[in-house]
Design a protein around this ligand. Structure first.
Ligand code: IVH
Length: 718
C-alpha cells in the first residue's frame, strides 16, 4: 500500500535530483540510485494507473530548460530509453517484442555503446548546419547553435559523395561527450586555476555545452557521435545499419563500436565484450543500447509514454555510489608521507566492496573538505583505486568541522614537515606560458635546448602539499612499509614474512630495517618460542630467506624503494649499470640517458644514495647477498633492438602483457603513445585515436597476425 503523501514525496525527490542533474550539472546521488528511484515511481504508477499525475517526472524526459538560451521545440519528441540490468530483463524485452511482432521474425538488432554525455539534435538544411539544440525535456530544448558550432568533430557542411544525396532537411541526434583523457586535463587545469572541478565527464560535457559564452565552450574538448535520426525529408535507408553508413558518408562521426547482430544471445555477447573492454574505451559509457535494426519494424512497435518499445539500454554495474564517512585518519607510508584516508560505510562500486578511500594530499583534502558523517559520492572505475568525487553538501550535518591536519606523526609522535612540490613554467617574451614541467632540472634542460634568451623560467609554488614524518627511518610505520615492500613478490619475494609476522618481529625489535632479515637465523630459538611459531615454521622461514639472498640486480634496486623507481625503471637501471656499486656513485647527467628515466626520478636516485642513513643500511645489507648481475644480451637475439612499438585496440589471441613482454625480450621498446619516433603499431579490434594518428604519420600498422610474423621471422617485416 502507498499513501498519496508518499507518491508526492517520491515525485518531489526525483524532481529535486532532476534539477541538480540537468540544471546545475551537479548530481547529488549516483546514477544507479536515481534509476532505482525512477523505477520505484514507474512501478507505483503502473500498479495504480488512476493516480498518475500528468506532471509526474515519469511523463517527461529531463527537465524544462531554464537558462538564458532561446528555447526550441523539437519537431519530433526526443524519447528516452528504458533501462534493463540483467539477462532476465533482456529476455523479457525480447519476449515483449516477439509478442507484438505477431510471427514476423526477419528482424535483427543493432547494438551501440550507451554514451554517457549530453544528448543534442543537429539540424542541417541542404547540408548546412543551421541549428543545434539540447534535449531539454524531450519536447523543448535550448538553442545552443553557437556553442555547437565550436565543436570540431561536427561538420558545418555535410560532405556530398556520389551516391549519397543530401536531404533538404535532416535532423540527426547524438551525444556530446568529453573523452576520459581530455576530462583529466580539463580538471587538472581547472584545479590549477582554482576553478570548479567537474564530478565526471558527463557533467563537464553538459556544463560546457550550456555556457552562455561560446568562447568558453570553444575551449572545452567536446566531441560528438551520432546515435539517432530525428526528421528527414528524404530517407534512403531501411535499417539503422544503412542509416549509420550514410551518416558516416556525410562526414558525421559514428561509433566504431556499433554492430548489427541477429539474436539476443549475440546481444548478450556484445554486452559482455564491451563491458570487458570498458576501461580501454577512450570515453565513458554506462551500458549498451539494443535497437531493432529495421526502421519499418521500429514504427510498427511504436512507443509507450517516454520510451520506444524497439530499443532498450542494458546498463553496466555502476562505477559511482554514495556512502557515509565514518572516520578520517592519516596513514604513514614507507616514505613517511601522510595520506588522509576516509573509512567508509562499506559500499559496492565498480564490482567490489569499498570501505577505505585515500585522498592524495592535503590540497585534495582541502578542496573536497570531507568530514566525518558526510555523505559522499565515490567512484571506482576499472582497476583504478576508489576516489571520493565530492561531498553531498545538502546532507551535511550541522556543527561538523573540517579535518584537522595533525601536527605530529600519528605513528611515532615526531614532528611533521611540509613539502611543497612546485611546477615550473616556461614563459615567452609576452609572458605566455609555453610549457609546464614538474621538475626544475627538466625545465632548465628545455631552456638549454631552445637556447632562446627571450624565454624565462618561473616557479609555480604550492602545487601540492605533502606532509611527512620527520623521523626519517625510525618511524615504525615507515619501517613496516619498507619491510613490506622489501619482501614483496616483485622484490625479494620472501614467503613466510606476511604482514602479521612482520608486525610481531618489529614489535619484538628483531627487525629495524630490511638488512635485519638476514640476521634472523641468529635468533632461531627465540623465534621458535614466539606464539604461533614452531621449529618447522622457523626452519621454513630461514630457508626462504636464504634462498632470497641470491637476488637479481633489478629486484634489489626495486626492493630499495627509491621514490618513483618502479619495476620497469629498476630493470632499465640494472641493464645499464650491471653493478650496484656503479649505480650508487652515478652522476646525474649519466642517469638521465637511461631509457625512460626523467630528471625527476634521476634526482630521486641521486638523493637516495647521498643519504648517510641509506649508505649505512646498504653497508649492512649488501654483504648478505649474492647479486646476479644482468647478462649482456646478445644482439643476435634481439632483432627488434631499439624499435619503438605501440599496442592499441582489443587484442584477441594474446594478452597485451604477453605481447609486450615478448617484444621487450626481443629488444623492442613498447611505449604508450604514438609519435614520429614510433616504428610500428600493433592494432587490434576497435583501435581508435592511436591508429588514426599512426595513419596520419604514415607509421606501419601491424595486425595481431603480423605480430606472429614479427616475433618469429622479424626480417620479413622490418
Ligand atoms: S537512442 C529512441 N542511443 O540516452 C531512443 N541514446 O535515455 C533515443 N544515449 O537521450 C536515444 N547513447 O542521450 C540512444 N547509443 C545511444 C545512446 C543514447 C546514449 C542517451 C541519449 C538519450 C538517452 C536516452
Amino acid at each position: 500500500m502507498y499513501t498519496a503523501e508518499q507518491y508526492e514525496e517520491l515525485k518531489n525527490l526525483i524532481r529535486k535530483h532532476d534539477y541538480s542533474y540537468y540544471v546545475e550539472d551537479d548530481p547529488t546521488i549516483s546514477d544507479l540510485e536515481y534509476d532505482k528511484l525512477f523505477q520505484d515511481l514507474i512501478n507505483l504508477e503502473e500498479k495504480y494507473p488512476e493516480i498518475v499525475d500528468p506532471d509526474s517526472p515519469s511523463q517527461r524526459v529531463g527537465i524544462k530548460p531554464v537558462s538564458g538560451f532561446k528555447t526550441y521545440s523539437h519537431k519530433k519528441q526526443i524519447l528516452s530509453l528504458s533501462n534493463i540490468f540483467s539477462e532476465e530483463d533482456l529476455q523479457d524485452f525480447f519476449n515483449r517484442i516477439e509478442k507484438r511482432m505477431l510471427g514476423i521474425d526477419d528482424y535483427s538488432f543493432f547494438c551501440e555503446p550507451k554514451m554517457d554525455g549530453a544528448a543534442v539534435s543537429l539540424i542541417y538544411e541542404n547540408g548546412i548546419l543551421i541549428r543545434g539544440v539540447t534535449r531539454g525535456d524531450g519536447q523543448t530544448g535550448e538553442d545552443v547553435t553557437s556553442n555547437i558550432k565550436t565543436i570540431k568533430s561536427i561538420p558545418q557542411k555535410l560532405i556530398h559523395k556520389k551516391n549519397s544525396k543530401i536531404p533538404e532537411y535532416l535532423e540527426v541526434r547524438g551525444e556530446i561527450y568529453i573523452s576520459k583523457k581530455d576530462f583529466e586535463i580539463l580538471n587538472k587545469n581547472a584545479a590549477e586555476k582554482e576553478e570548479k572541478i567537474f564530478a565526471n565527464p558527463r557533467n563537464a560535457a553538459s556544463g560546457s555545452l550550456r555556457q552562455l559564452d561560446p568562447q568558453i565552450t570553444n575551449k572545452r574538448p567536446l566531441s560528438f557521435v551520432v546515435h539517432g535520426l530525428g526528421e528527414s525529408s528524404n530517407n534512403t535507408f531501411s535499417t539503422l545499419e544503412e542509416f549509420f553508413d550514410l551518416m558516416k558518408l556525410f562526414g558525421l562521426p559514428t561509433s566504431n563500436l556499433n554492430r548489427s547482430v541477429n539474436n539476443i544471445s549475440q546481444c548478450s555477447e556484445y554486452y559482455n565484450e564491451i563491458l570487458k573492454s570498458r576501461d580501454e574505451i577512450p570515453f565513458d559509457i554506462d551500458g549498451v543500447v539494443y535497437k531493432i535494426n529495421q526502421i519499418e519494424y521500429q514504427d510498427k512497435l511504436g512507443e509507450i509514454s517516454r520510451s520506444p518499445r524497439w530499443a532498450i539500454a542494458h546498463k553496466f554495474p555502476a562505477e559511482e555510489a554514495t556512502t557515509i564517512i565514518d572516520q578520517i585518519n592519516f596513514q604513514v607510508g614507507r616514505t613517511g608521507v601522510l595520506t588522509p584516508v576516509a573509512r567508509l560505510k562499506p559500499v559496492r562500486v565498480g564490482g567490489v566492496t569499498v570501505s577505505n578511500c585515500t585522498l592524495h594530499n592535503i590540497d585534495e583534502l582541502e578542496r573536497i573538505d570531507p568530514r566525518e558523517g558526510d555523505t559522499v559520492i565515490i567512484r571506482r572505475a576499472g582497476d583504478v583505486i576508489p576516489q571520493i568525487i565530492k561531498v553531498v553538501e545538502s546532507k551535511r550535518k550541522k556543527e561538523t568541522k573540517s579535518v584537522e591536519i595533525p601536527s605530529k606523526c600519528p605513528a611515532c609522535g615526531s614532528l611533521l614537515i611540509q613539502e611543497n612540490q612546485s611546477d615550473w613554467e616556461i614563459l615567452d617574451a609576452k609572458n605566455k606560458r609555453l610549457k609546464i614541467f614538474s621538475s626544475k632540472i627538466e625545465s632548465e634542460n628545455f631552456l638549454l635546448e631552445k637556447n632562446d634568451d627571450s624565454l624565462r623560467l618561473n616557479e609555480i609554488k604550492n602545487k601540492a602539499a605533502f606532509i611527512k614524518c620527520s623521523s626519517t627511518f625510525s618511524c615504525p610505520e615507515m619501517i613496516r612499509g619498507n619491510l613490506t615492500h622489501f619482501v614483496s613478490r616483485k622484490a625479494f619475494d620472501i614467503e613466510g614474512l606476511g604482514q602479521e609476522i612482520l608486525n610481531t618481529f618489529i614489535k619484538k625489535s628483531y627487525l629495524k630495517d630490511p638488512s635485519d632479515i638476514f640476521l634472523l637465523q641468529n635468533f632461531r630459538k627465540e623465534l621458535e618460542n614466539l606464539e604461533g611459531f614452531g621449529e618447522k615454521s622457523v626452519s621454513n622461514l630461514i630457508e626462504s630467506i636464504n634462498e632470497s639472498r641470491n637476488v637479481d640486480l633489478s629486484r634489489l634496486i626495486y626492493a630499495l624503494g627509491i621514490p618513483e623507481v618502479g619495476e620497469a625503471t629498476s630493470r632499465n637501471l640494472a641493464n645499464e649499470y650491471r653493478d650496484i656499486n656503479k649505480l650508487m656513485h652515478v652522476d646525474f647527467y649519466d642517469l638521465i640517458k637511461v631509457d625512460d628515466l626523467g630528471p625527476k626520478v634521476a634526482t630521486n636516485i641521486i638523493n637516495f644514495f647521498k643519504n648517510d642513513y641509506i649508505n649505512d643500511f646498504l653497508s649492512r645489507l649488501l654483504p648478505h647477498l649474492r647479486i646476479n648481475q644482468m647478462e649482456l644480451p646478445n644482439k643476435k637475439d634481439m632483432p627488434l633492438l631499439s624499435k619503438q612499438i605501440v599496442l592499441t585496440g582489443k587484442l584477441t589471441q594474446f594478452s597485451r602483457d604477453e605481447i609486450k613482454e615478448n617484444l621487450i625480450r626481443l629488444g623492442a621498446k613498447v611505449t604508450s603513445s604514438v609519435s614520429k619516433n614510433t616504428d610500428f603499431i600493433i592494432a587490434g579490434e576497435n583501435a581508435g585515436s592511436k591508429l588514426k594518428k599512426a595513419n596520419e604519420l604514415g607509421i606501419k600498422v601491424l595486425s595481431e597476425e603480423d605480430y606472429l610474423v614479427l616475433k618469429d621471422e622479424p626480417e620479413k617485416i622490418i
